[in-house]
Design a protein around this ligand. Sequence first.
Ligand SMILES: Nc1ncnc2c1ncn2[C@@H]1O[C@H](COP(=O)(O)OP(=O)(O)O)[C@@H](O)[C@H]1O
Ligand SMILES: [Mg+2]
Length: 417
Amino acid sequence: MGMAKMPKPIKISSIVEPGDGVYLGQDNTTGESIILSNKELNQHTFLCGTTGSGKTTTIFCFIEYALTSNIPLIVIDGKGDPDFVETLSSMAANHKRTFQVFSISNPEHSNHYNPLSCGGPTELKDRLMELSEWTEPHYQYMAERYLQLALTLFEKAFETFDLHSFIFGLAPDKLEALANKIEAPESVLDYLKTIDKRGISGLIDRLTLIIESQIGHLFSDEPGKTISLPDVLNSKSVVLFSLDSLSYPLYSKLLGRLIINDLKAVASRRKKDDPLVITIYDEFNVFASRNVVDFVNKSRSKGFASLIATQSLADLDIVDIALKKQILQNCNTLIIQRQNDAEDAEELSKIIGTEETWMMTHQINNTGGTGLGSLRFVKEFIIHPDQIKRLQVGQAVIARKIPEFKIHETTIRLIKR
Ligand SMILES: Nc1ncnc2c1ncn2[C@@H]1O[C@H](COP(=O)(O)OP(=O)(O)O)[C@@H](O)[C@H]1O
Ligand SMILES: [Mg+2]
C-alpha cells in the first residue's frame, strides 16, 4: 500500500508574473493570490485607512507594478512625506526608470514644472481660473475674457511658454506691447487700450502671488529640468508631486488642482487604445474637488488607472458633501485598512453589504433555556464594523467588483524597497 503523496506547496512568486497586475497578498481564507489586473485597475481603486494603518505601504504595491511593467506613473502626495520621495526615487533608479520630483517643501531639490505645456487657450484659461474662488460674476467674466485673450496672444507669439513668463507678461501694458508686436487685430488693441485696469487687477494679483512665492521660480522652464506631463507619458517616466498640506495648505491645494487640470488636457488628447497610465493620489483630501473626481471618471476610457487614497470617508465630506458618493461610484475596487471612527467603520461595512444567513434563536424562560428555538433567516454584515476597527497594521479588507463581486481579508505584502 503506497502512501498518498503530499501536494507540493505552491510558491507564490512562481505564479505571479510581472505584467499580471498589482499583487497585494493572499486571501487569508482561500490562499488565493490577490492580483488587480490592468482591467480592474482601469476601473479605479479607493483606499482608506487611518494614519499608520499601512496605506502608503499598500500604495507601494501599485508603484512596484508600474515600475516593473514599464507603465508611466504619476503620483501626487498631498502630505509631502520626505520618505516617500526617497523611496520612490531609489526604486525608480533600481528599475532604470526616469524619475522627476516636484517638491514644495524642498525647492532646492525640486524639478521645475510647466503646468501650461498642454492645452489650448480655453483649457489653459479654465486651468488658471480654478486657482481662485470668484464670488462676483462681473469680475469673473472680466478675468476670464482677459485671460483667454492673453493666452491666445501668447500662443500666437511663442511656440511654448511657462507659467512664470505668462504671469510676468500679463500686465495690460505688456500685453498691449505683445499684441502690437504680433500685429493683432485692431479690435484686440482697442480692447486692451480701454480695459478697466482695476477690474483685472484682482486676477493679476492672485496669479502673481504664485510666482512671487517661495516656489515661484519652479514654474519657469529650465531645459532638462522641467516636468511636462505629455513628456512623462511619452517617455514612460515616473513623476512625484510632493505637496505639503501642513506647512503650505493653500499652495498644496492650488497645485494639486493645477496638476489635475493639466492631466485632464493630457488625457483628452489620448487615443482609445493607448497603453495604461497609473496615477496615484495619496492624502487625496488635501487637493480633492468634484473636478478631480470628474476627471478620474472620464479618464477611464483614456487608459488611466487611478488609486485614490485618504484616511477616511469623513475626510471627503469636509471638502464637499457630494464627493464621497462620487468616488464610491467611480471606484470599483475598495481597499479598507483600519478605521478608528465608529461611523466610518459602519459606513464602509454598509457599502460592502450584507449576506443572508440562518440564525438559531433560543427560547428561554425564568428557569433557563427551554430547549425550544427557531431557525430564522437574517441579514448580517459581510464585514462587521468592529472587524474594520480591529484591523492590524498592514491588514486589509478588499472588496472587488471586477470581474465579479468578491471580498478578501488579507495582510498586504511588504514589497522590496
Ligand atoms: N503590510 C505591512 N506589513 C508590515 N508592516 C507594515 C505593513 N504596512 C505598514 N507597515 C508598517 O507600519 C508603518 C506605517 O505604515 P504606512 O504605510 O506608512 O501607514 P500610513 O500610510 O497608513 O500612515 C510603517 O512603518 C510600515 O513599515
Ligand atoms: Mg501614508
